[in-house]
Design a protein around this ligand. Structure first.
Ligand code: Q46
Ligand code: ZN
Ligand code: ZN
Length: 330
C-alpha cells in the first residue's frame, strides 16, 4: 500500500477518502482536519484559553496533544467520577500525560468535592449511572471553565461518537437534542461557556492511530457502565454500514450538520437564562438541575442512613434482650 501523497510506504488506509498515508502525511492530514474544523466553525483562536475535558482516553488526550502541537493555549480538566478501578486508572493516565509534558491539569473529585461519586448519585436518584454522570459532567465542566477564566471548553468527541448520538436522537426523534448536536455550542452571557468538538470529522480509528503514532499512553478500556449501553450497539451497526459502504458515518453526520441542524437550531425554543438561586450557575429555572438533583440525592441518602441505623439499633436491642433472656434461663 502506497501513500497517496508521496508514494512511500503507507501505514494507514482511509477508505472513505479513497486515500492511504505514510506517517508524516497521516499526521499532516490529521492536523489539517483539526485546524480546518477550528477555523471553519470559529471555535477559538490562539488568543483563547481552551480547557480540554480530559478523561484519560485516546480522544481527549489526542485532542489536547494536537491542540498544543498546533500552537493553541490548552489546559486540561479531569473529573474523577468514582467509578471503581476504571476511574482510578483513567485519573492516572490523565495525570501521567500532564506530568510528563509539564502541562496544567485541573482535577475534580466528585465524591470528595461534591459529596457523591457517580455510583452513589445514581443509586440515590434511582437513575442509570450515565444519566447522573452526564448531568454532573456538564455542570462541573462549565463551572470549572468559568471559574478558572477559560473562554472555551473542548471535548474529544469524534465522528463515531457523533454518528452514534445522531442515530440515537433520530431513532427517538429527540428534536431538542438534535438542535443542539453541533460542533460548536455558543456561550451565553458570562457564565455559559462555549463548547466545541474539534475532532468531530475524525473517526475513532483515526484518533487512535494519532495517539499511537505520538506515543500517547491512554486508557483503552470502556467505562463499565458503557457495556451493554445502546451507544455501543449503534456504533456496531454504524461500523457494519461503514464496511459495506465507506463514508456512511461521514455523510450521515456532516450532511445532518449542513442541511438539517441549522434549521432545527433556528426554530428551537428559546429559553431565557438566569442564575441558579443556589449556586449562581446559568439555568433556565430558579434552581439548576444539578443543585436540585444533588439536594434530592443527599436527602435520600440521609434518609436511608437514618433508616439503617434504626434497623441496626432494633436488631441490637433484640439481640441484647435475647441474651438477657438466655442468661436468665440458665
Ligand atoms: S463515563 Fe459516565 Fe460514560 Fe461511564 S457512566 Fe456512562 S456517561 S459510560 S462517557
Ligand atoms: Zn507520504
Ligand atoms: Zn445550581
Amino acid at each position: 500500500m502506497q501513500c497517496t501523497k508521496c508514494h512511500g510506504k503507507a501505514i494507514i488506509e482511509l477508505q472513505r477518502h479513497n486515500a492511504a498515508f505514510c506517517r508524516p502525511h497521516y499526521l499532516e492530514y490529521f492536523y489539517n482536519q483539526v485546524e480546518h474544523s477550528i477555523k471553519r466553525h470559529r471555535m477559538f483562536t490562539r488568543d483563547d484559553r481552551v480547557l480540554v475535558a480530559v478523561s484519560g482516553g485516546k480522544d481527549s488526550l489526542g485532542l489536547w496533544h494536537a491542540l498544543l502541537h498546533l500552537g493553541y493555549r490548552a489546559s486540561g480538566l479531569h473529573l474523577h467520577l468514582g467509578i471503581g478501578e476504571y476511574s482510578s486508572r483513567s485519573y492516572q493516565k490523565a495525570v501521567q500525560f500532564a506530568q510528563e509534558r509539564g502541562l496544567e491539569l485541573f482535577t475534580v473529585d466528585l465524591a470528595q468535592d461534591y459529596g457523591m461519586g457517580v455510583p452513589e448519585l445514581a443509586r440515590a436518584l434511582r437513575r442509570v449511572p450515565c444519566s447522573a454522570c452526564g448531568l454532573s459532567k456538564r455542570y462541573i465542566m462549565n463551572r470549572e471553565a468559568y471559574e478558572r477564566g477559560f473562554t472555551v471548553l473542548a471535548t474529544g468527541h469524534n465522528l463515531d461518537d457523533e454518528a452514534a448520538t445522531l442515530m440515537a436522537n433520530v431513532l427517538r426523534w429527540r428534536m431538542d437534542n438534535m438542535a443542539r448536536q453541533a460542533p460548536v455550542l455558543p456561550g451565553e452571557g458570562e457564565k455559559l461557556i462555549k463548547k466545541v468538538k474539534p475532532l468531530y470529522t475524525l473517526t475513532e480509528r483515526e484518533v487512535a492511530a494519532y495517539a499511537i503514532l505520538n506515543g500517547i499512553d491512554y486508557i483503552d478500556e470502556e467505562c463499565p457502565n458503557a457495556l451493554g449501553a445502546k451507544s455501543l450497539l449503534y456504533k456496531d451497526v454504524l461500523d457494519r454500514l461503514e464496511i459495506a459502504s465507506p463514508g456512511t458515518k461521514h455523510n450521515f453526520v456532516l450532511q445532518f450538520l449542513e442541511k438539517v441542524q441549522p434549521l432545527m437550531y433556528e426554530t428551537a425554543d428559546e429559553h431565557e437564562l438566569r442564575e441558579c438561586a443556589v449556586c449562581g450557575q446559568p439555568t433556565t429555572r430558579e434552581v439548576c438541575s444539578f443543585c436540585k438533583t444533588r439536594d434530592l440525592a443527599s436527602h435520600r441518602a440521609q434518609h436511608w442512613k437514618e433508616a439503617r441505623s434504626r434497623d441496626e439499633e432494633q436488631s441490637s436491642d433484640a439481640g441484647a434482650s435475647a441474651s438477657a433472656h438466655e442468661a436468665a434461663t440458665l
